[in-house]
Design a protein around this ligand. Structure first.
Ligand code: ATP
Length: 336
């Protein structure tokens, strides 16, 4: 590789996701192996504004690959969204001698990175930025997969399996809200994996009678005495759905909001491995001087895409998965 990149700043920003640490480790170890220095910027973009940093070498990222959360902390920073805030960040970059930044987070984080790079260019200087997609929501348009999604699915599944034991014993209906912000990936994957009676996701208009009431009725007729309804947080109010079930069927569902527990825990094999490949690819793209990039998982391959273009991409939600859920939970006749 070549000698032009000398010092990389690495940060984690937005919501935390299991596997962020593995990505930081991969960036640092790959960079150090190429003779490039690494500075960890703490607390996302706000750390770049305040000059909150730590020098990182190969050993300072030891024993973090198996840890959830992020050793660099993460934050959301309003100030960075303004020109003035980013001027302060640029001053820190100059002070630290950063010629590039690897930003690990969601699309908000990448938009911030691109704005920063453009603003540096207005000063006649250059700052290359590379984004690594890490969010449990899997809602980044350019990448089929985002770091943290698999671990969050596993955590939600483990929780719901436990709930199921008690729901089964008491012959109850459980309505569980899972995270995902405006996306239903987490809910649908989890719903399929736990054998949910019904799943509500924002990508599909809610037909309550057909998708929930009818499914529970069918399950009841088939002899089931407990029902699991999985609701994506972006699909609507979980308590309202529970009230509607009570009104329609005369059963009194128990609501569980899984919440932030889904963000924690040991990263899964998939997240550690993907994060390691993405961190490596981020440094490689910088060394190859490819400009501003987002590292993406495209059909299982790790690619680097032009950041500006990648930020305009949208991901087609795979509605076939919903058909699979229906076919497996309802015993209804499916038409291929
Ligand atoms: P997650 O998907 O986990 O929420 P995210 O990276 O999308 O992750 P955001 O809160 O949207 O999370 O963004 C993180 C930070 O990036 C913001 O707090 C802000 O500092 C910066 N940022 C977001 N959008 C922009 C933007 N359009 N311009 C400049 N900076 C931005």
């Amino acid at each position: 590789m070549n000698d032009q990149i000398k010092r990389i700043g690495v940060l984690t920003s937005g919501g935390d996701a299991p596997g962020m640490n593995a990505a930081v480790r991969a960036v640092v170890r790959t960079a150090v192996g190429q003779g490039i220095e690494c500075i960890g910027i703490r607390r996302g973009w706000s750390g770049l504004i305040t000059g909150d940093f730590v020098r990182l070498d190969g050993t300072s990222v030891s024993r973090i690959i198996n840890r959830g959360g992020t050793m660099l902390y993460t934050a959301r920073c309003k100030e960075f969204m303004d020109h003035e805030g980013r001027e302060k960040a640029i001053a820190t970059c100059k002070l630290l001698g950063l010629d590039s930044i690897v930003a690990i987070g969601g699309d908000g984080t990448f938009r911030g990175a691109l704005d920063l790079s453009r603003q540096v260019a207005e000063h006649g200087a250059r700052l290359s930025v590379v984004g690594i997609p890490a969010t449990i929501d899997n809602d980044i348009g350019c990448s089929h997969y985002t770091i943290g999604f698999d671990s969050a699915c596993n955590t939600a599944i483990e929780c719901i399996d436990k709930l199921r034991d008690t729901m089964q014993s008491h012959e109850r209906c459980s309505v569980v809200e899972v995270m995902g912000r405006h996306a239903g990936y987490l809910a649908l994957y989890v719903g399929i994996a736990v054998g949910a009676t019904a799943v509500l996701i924002p990508e599909r208009p809610v037909d309550f009678e057909n998708d929930v009431v009818e499914n529970i009725r069918r399950a009841r007729l088939a002899g089931t005495t407990h029902y699991m309804v999985v609701v994506a947080e972006g699909a609507g109010n979980v308590y309202d759905f529970a009230a509607q079930i009570k009104e329609a069927l005369g059963i009194d569902p128990r609501v569980t909001v899984l919440g932030h527990i889904q963000r924690g825990g040991t990263p899964s094999a998939r997240d550690r491995e993907t994060a390691s490949r993405m961190g490596y690819a981020a440094v490689k793209a910088l060394v190859q001087q490819k400009g501003n990039r987002i590292i993406a998982s495209v059909n299982g391959h790790i690619e680097d895409l032009d950041m500006e273009e990648a930020l305009t991409m949208t991901k087609q939600f795979q509605m076939e998965r919903y058909d699979i859920l229906e076919a497996l939970t309802n015993n209804s006749i499916s038409h291929f």
